[in-house]
Write a protein that binds this ligand. Structure first.
Ligand SMILES: [Mn+2]
Length: 261
């Protein structure tokens, strides 16, 4: 697998980033219709966690076969590999292996052997980070966060892709929530902030930590040039329907992560 994938600019259409999907592909497809997504020209990039919680985990993981779809690896995707794909990656082996297990993979047991193998092969192709070029900014996608100990994107992406300290960096990319808890709602203006700017990259887009505080509800969270866009569109049923901003999938242009479609 490639741990870090760099995408060249999409010069023919839009690049759109969506938050955690958690097995809700049908809901996503409603959103793609709403924004008139064009699979022949546009690309959709997910911040990870394709599986678990929702009713369509395997169907959602199958998005990895679409030429217009990309996703980084979330802790839930990693956890399925750790639980069912022995030896898939050194990161999930050894003592650390059982730390990586989330407890909601019952859907995997319901797949027949061929479907399970196909699903694992799809999850295995998910990189830990994506770096996306545009005609303007360059944008990084990482599921959880880039730990504060990294002063710039180059240092972090080098560790993600490499062997030295790589497992610790990749674990943080999938799981960490230190900065995310300090994220505040960002306004639509995109006002620059100086605190906690990650140097060497224009924007970083994350999911993983739900951005929702009842009764106000769901929001795009921000610190410096880091954005968190999991606005819990995957939540079941009526949960949060009484919030001022109810649960929904956030879709943002990759070059303007503060400006949802
Ligand atoms: Mn997650």
């Amino acid at each position: 697998m490639e741990r870090l994938i760099r995408l060249p600019a999409n010069t023919s259409g839009r690049d759109i980033v969506v938050g955690d999907l958690h097995g809700q592909r049908s809901r996503l497809e409603g959103e793609l219709e709403r924004i008139a997504f064009e699979p022949a020209r546009d690309r959709l990039i997910c911040v990870g966690d394709l599986v678990d919680r929702g009713p369509e985990s395997a169907f959602t993981a199958a998005l990895m076969d679409e030429p217009w779809f990309y996703s980084v690896r979330g802790n839930h995707d990693l956890s399925v590999l750790a639980a069912f794909d022995a030896g898939c990656d050194p990161d999930t082996a050894g003592d650390r292996r059982w730390d990586l297990i989330c407890d909601d993979h019952a859907w995997m047991a319901e797949l027949d052997a061929a479907a399970a193998a196909t699903t694992l092969a799809r999850l295995r192709r998910m990189p830990y980070a994506l770096e996306i070029a545009t005609v303007g900014p360059t944008v990084a996608i990482v599921h959880a966060e880039v730990p504060q100990r990294f002063g710039n994107w180059q240092a972090f992406s080098d560790e993600i892709a490499g062997e030295a300290n790589g497992a610790a960096a990749r674990y943080a990319a999938c799981w960490e929530r230190n900065l995310a808890y300090q994220a505040a709602p960002c306004d639509a203006v995109g006002r620059p902030e100086q605190a906690n700017v990650l140097a060497g990259i224009d924007h970083v887009i994350h999911g993983h930590t739900p951005m929702a505080s009842p009764p106000e509800g769901a929001f795009i969270g921000r610190i410096g040039n880091r954005y968190w866009i999991d606005t819990v569109g995957w939540l079941p049923g009526q949960t949060g329907s009484d919030w001022k901003s109810p649960p929904h999938f956030t879709l943002v242009p990759v070059e303007r992560p503060w400006d949802p479609l």
